[in-house]
Design a protein around this ligand. Structure first.
Ligand SMILES: C[S@@+](CC[C@H](N)C(=O)[O-])C[C@H]1O[C@@H](n2cnc3c(N)ncnc32)[C@H](O)[C@@H]1O
Length: 155
């Protein structure tokens, strides 16, 4: 199994970058005994001002063809953390690769959203894409702790 986060924009250090690294390190440590691989981050950036269409083109080339496509979008489903964990475990059990996609400031092109196997929302409010990266890294770590039966997720 392979887990990628494909994101528009580059995190060049700073608070969000530190948090993403910390949660993904924790995910790697907790997930390893569960058969979950470390998360690979793929960043794409369009420097020519081509907007969502150009970003969609870059994302389409970066997303591994065989991966289940999980798109982060405020219009998506709102799973609980245990439901998210169960779904991640299901992909692992099917030996299915997954790619979680986060859009840029303008959002994700409809062509990417249309291809998604699952669209996940962190609520109907719009969050900055760098914070969504932090929140997604935390939810992956939380999912690993739920699957491991550790007390981090207390509800
Ligand atoms: C600043 S938002 C873009 C908002 C844009 N107006 C739109 O219509 O998508 C950047 C990215 O962060 C993610 N995002 C923002 N808010 C989100 C939420 N509530 N749930 C899930 N993902 C979110 C999405 O991947 C989005 O493409």
């Amino acid at each position: 199994m392979r887990i990628d986060i494909a994101a528009v924009g580059r995190l060049r250090g700073g608070a969000e970058s530190d948090l993403v690294s910390d949660y993904l390190d924790r995910f790697a440590r907790t997930g390893r005994p569960l058969g979950l691989p470390a998360v690979n981050i793929i960043e794409v950036e369009d420097k020519r001002g081509g907007g969502m269409a150009a970003e969609a083109d870059l994302l389409a080339r970066a997303i591994p063809a065989s991966s289940a496509l999980i798109v982060m979008d405020e219009r998506g489903q709102q799973p609980t953390s245990p439901e998210f964990a169960t779904r991640i475990a299901g992909y692992r059990d099917q030996a299915r690769d997954i790619c979680l996609v986060i859009g840029g400031a303008d959002g994700l092109d409809p062509s990417i959203r249309a291809r998604a196997d699952w669209q996940i929302s962190f609520g109907r409010m719009v969050w900055p894409h760098m914070l969504v990266r932090v929140m997604l890294a935390e939810q992956l770590y939380r999912a690993a702790t739920i699957l491991a039966g550790s007390p981090y997720h207390r509800v």
